[in-house]
Design a protein around this ligand. Structure first.
Ligand code: SF4
Length: 486
């Protein structure tokens, strides 16, 4: 007994020792002077070191503006009331609510064939004539049944490839079949075709009218930059993309098409031109994306030709240019920043599949491959094409929806992707705004959790979040622009 008393301090040593008690929070350095302190519901406050020390030592004085601010943002509470704790729990539940409504995004790889030969292709596309890489109608029908087993009230079916328009007959079949089943299920059902637009024609556009079908395409920047990486034998990929964008807008409306860019080594010194190309094409949104380590991007070593510091420099310059465009009167949103800002300020966070805890694997999005195999994410099937089947959940011929969603594979992956329990992430102030990317860490470090001290994903997250928080603190006009994206 005496030995125990020597080892452990008496409970009175842990009693509240000041006018307030601390609520759960984490802090990290923002720069050499300031710290950012965050809590589980996404609130943050930036403090200089003396203020942080005073907070943690219970030395803040009630009645001061800092005390009131920290109290209203759930970093401390005083008195005996449980209201502060109950309110915090309610906000935490609201942010986690979407997990109950799984799975909103269902991706169909209707073919792996493609007419492009992009050097950074992440899906290991196949030659145009190899029809054995098309999804069968039987697999498509079975996948549509899976779609409506998901409890999510909103369903998005996304057609992927390869180039999905090379198998448009199957797309038409899936759309009609899903709409027919939805008469009974009553979900908010939309479709997206992720296409390079080379095969777009009037017949396709006529069908898209009235079926809530949207397009997503690639636009990497000005013509020479776009065509440098997105090679189209016998033509210009850029020309096909911008002509296609125009035709879709005319036929389906101005918001029926979105574009995505991928940063190749040639993009690094040209971010302003890339943003200006989006303005030229009438877009009010751009997603500045780095290369992912899958498929041909790895086989051609393209992914190793710049590092995360290069990309962050590119990103910071691009974001500045976008903010300046907004200040000069052209509304434009950078989507990566918008996702992070929504996580920081919106009460329900953001549902972006690639930044969730637990990871969005299977529960935010699921993918049915051309051969009937089911994967937990788009990147998971990309990794499978490279010989790693870690993220394979089952097969449409062999497994039921229930078997897939409760499989040990999926449950273990989700358990291993809760940031709240992962080394380094559990102590990181940026955790409420971050997410797990098990596929990236499996691809780059051979482990789904990964060692965050050596993770370029982690380095990128920290750099962008630090930059956004510093902008919000130090630049009032930038703050106004950034807040308008939430
Ligand atoms: S991945 Fe990095 S930035 Fe994200 S929560 Fe983990 S330690 Fe923090």
């Amino acid at each position: 007994m005496n030995q125990l008393a020597d080892t452990f301090r008496d409970r009175s040593a842990f009693a509240p020792s000041g006018p307030y008690r601390l609520l759960p929070a984490r802090f990290s350095r923002l720069d050499d002077r300031r710290y950012v302190i965050t809590n589980d519901v996404g609130e943050y406050v930036v403090l200089e070191r003396p203020a942080l020390q005073a907070l943690l030592r219970h030395e803040l004085q009630p009645g001061t503006p800092l005390y009131a601010d920290l109290k209203s943002r759930h970093f401390l509470f005083d008195g005996e009331s449980r209201v502060a704790l109950d309110l915090l729990a309610l906000k935490y539940r609201s942010r986690a609510d979407r997990i109950a409504d799984f799975t909103a995004l269902h991706m169909f790889v209707v073919t792996l064939r493609c007419d492009h030969t992009c050097s950074y292709c992440q899906v290991s596309r196949q030659m145009e004539e190899k029809s054995r890489f098309d999804m069968s109608q039987a697999h498509a029908d079975r996948a549509v049944e899976f779609v409506f087993r998901s409890p999510s009230p909103a369903i998005k079916i996304e057609f992927q490839g390869g180039e999905p328009l090379l198998n448009f007959d199957l797309i038409r079949h899936v759309v009609l079949r899903a709409e027919s089943l939805n008469r009974e299920h009553g979900r908010d059902l939309v479709f997206v075709i992720a296409s390079n637009l080379t095969r777009l024609n009037d017949e396709i556009l006529d069908f898209c009218k009235g079926h809530r079908i949207y397009f997503s395409t690639s636009l990497d920047g000005p013509a020479d930059l776009h065509d440098e990486r997105r090679a189209l034998p016998r033509g210009s990929s850029y020309r096909a993309a911008v002509d296609g964008i125009q035709r879709i807008r005319e036929a389906l409306g101005p918001d029926a098409v979105a574009a995505l860019m991928t940063t190749s080594p040639g993009s690094l010194p040209r971010v302003r031109e890339i943003v200006d190309e989006y303005v030229k094409q009438g877009f009010h949104s751009i997603f500045l994306r780095s290369l992912s380590p899958y498929g041909f991007a790895v086989r051609t070593s393209l992914v190793r030709r710049y590092d995360v510091d290069d990309w962050v420099k590119f990103y910071v310059e691009g974001l500045r240019h976008i903010i300046d465009l907004n200040l000069s009167g052209y509304p434009m949103r950078e989507e990566f920043a918008a996702i992070l800002l929504q996580k920081m300020f919106a009460p329900v966070g953001n549902g972006y599949v690639d930044l969730q805890s637990p990871a969005g694997l299977g529960i935010a999005g699921i993918i049915y491959n051309y051969d009937g195999a089911i994967y937990a994410s788009d990147e998971g099937r990309m990794l499978a094409e490279m010989g790693d089947h870690t993220f394979r959940l089952g097969h449409l011929d062999e497994d039921s929806f229930e078997e897939v969603m409760t499989s040990d594979t999926l449950v273990d992956l989700l358990k291993d992707s809760m940031l709240e329990g992962l080394p380094m992430c559990s102590d990181c102030a940026f955790m409420p705004y971050c997410g797990s990317d098990p596929v990236f860490h499996k691809a780059t470090q051979g482990d789904v959790i990964g060692h965050k001290a050596f993770s370029s994903f982690c380095k990128k997250q920290m750099a962008v979040l630090r930059h956004l928080i510093a902008l919000m603190e130090d630049d009032a006009s930038a703050r106004r622009v950034l807040q308008s994206w939430i």
